[in-house]
Design a protein around this ligand. Sequence first.
Ligand code: TUI
Length: 314
Amino acid sequence: MKTSKITEMLGIKYPIFQGGMAWIADAELAAAVSNAGGLGIIAAGNADADYVRSQIKKAKELTDKPFGLNIMLLSPFADEVAQAAADEKVAVVTTGAGNPAKYMKLWLDAGIKVIPVVPSIAFAKLAARNGAAAVIAEGGESGGHIGELTTMALVPQVCDAVDLPVIAAGGIADGRGIAAAFALGADAVQLGTRFLSAKECNIHENYKKKVLKAGDTATVVTGRRLGHPVRSIRNQFAREYGKIEYTDISDQELDDFAAGRLRMAVVDGDEKNGCFLAGQIAAMVTEEQTCEEIIEDLMNDADRVLNKLAEMSK
Ligand code: TUI
């Protein structure tokens, strides 16, 4: 595959981002993806600035390639992590779960390329006005915190709405998904769930097993009532949350019920009580591979599909 606007802008080999998955995407995963030619992204999640600084330092030791930092804007530590990103001058900041407007000047002054996740055209336009280098159009097929639109509907509309490179995310697991994203107008793709099975992904073995054995309807969305819909693999926690979500339980109690569940999944591998975030393509993740194998597979498969499509149009 030839270079794209994104590979040229960021100085990376392949137009593949690894999603900045909270609690999951650490320096080791990000560096492995960057070393394999994609853009690895460390997730700040709900961690404080000291943790984030140590992860950035570690990634710099593990790779001389560009990598990114994802800042989850609902985090209580978002302010100090935003400052850490500027101090450490990471190549790329991606943001999720909110509006990064108040940090844009800080990051742009530090020479950082800011690439927010946008769940709608309004947010894409706002990001463009505020100086974003590109936007990630993430559809609701994704794991974790999601917007309302699907990738199929969101990506072409965002491409039409802003004069910026667009990275498509949500529901992409192989070369067919990558080719489809390009057909919709994207310049690159971001994958999260596919990297959950990576050898360099330091999640609990039970998390990997859950993804590897997931079927097509394995995931479910909870959390709409509090305005933070989250897609995860159906298990006891998701069922219990679903049962109480629309009862007269208070917002605070509902929030408390979900608190700490991602950690229980990622660190403890608690199959019943953890919240195992994963996208709708979990069933397409069928083997443990290194990041290099995953990325080479993806690019070869995308080339195969694009060549097939080119043949069809002759
Ligand atoms: O951020 C994600 N995925 C995530 S974050 C996360 S941790 C979390 N824990 C508990 C509650 C919520 C999150 C797990 N997965 N993806 C990027 C993303 N951003 N998807 C959707 C959005 C988004 C949604 C609304 C971006 C902006 C936005 O603005 C609306 C507003 O009102 O701020």
